[in-house]
Design a protein around this ligand. Structure first.
Ligand SMILES: [Zn+2]
Length: 162
């Protein structure tokens, strides 16, 4: 009888652990909002353009389901996610030819798998710091017209992605 109770307690602990690792927070920005202007999507992930006039072409690849870590995804999904991230990097490079691309996946504030693909230039506001780091200079801003043209060029560059 005692052993049965211990086993029952273990089962409950295990279930609690699994529930905690896949639990969706009460409010998740990336579950409740697109996270930017959608420029490509399939049933597993979406590519959005981030509304940041100082960083034209700043994109995010966001996994559609609420998944916390890349290693919570199965092998095929991990590969698909990275294939999309690298396709976005190629699209940004072909359209903008930036000095450098920054790839980042943090998720400390929003623990929902997403990748930042950020074109960087030596005269942008934060270079050589990360865009979340100390600001070094005023940087440059993009006009709405240039931003709209950029959306269309990035969409065209991603059109072949399946
Ligand atoms: Zn989420």
């Amino acid at each position: 009888m005692r052993r049965q109770n211990e086993r029952a307690t273990d089962d409950i602990s295990q279930r609690t652990l699994i529930a905690a690792s896949t639990a969706k927070p009460a409010v998740c920005d990336l579950c409740s909002h697109d996270g930017g202007k959608i420029i490509w999507r399939d049933d597993r992930c979406r590519v959005v353009l981030v509304a940041d006039a100082g960083y034209a072409g700043f994109c995010r690849v966001i996994w559609q389901a609420h998944i916390k870590e890349m290693t919570d995804l199965g092998e095929a999904d991990r590969q698909h996610c990275m294939r999309v991230v690298l396709a976005v990097e190629c699209a940004i490079r072909s359209v903008l030819n930036p000095h450098k691309i920054n790839l980042a996946s943090l998720g400390n504030m929003t623990p929902h798998v997403h990748w930042h693909i950020i074109p960087r230039d030596v005269d942008d506001a934060h270079f050589p710091n990360p865009v979340w780091g100390e600001k070094m200079r005023p940087g440059h801003t993009t006009t709405t017209e240039a931003g709209c043209a950029l959306v269309e060029r990035l969409k065209a560059a991603l059109a072949q992605l399946r």
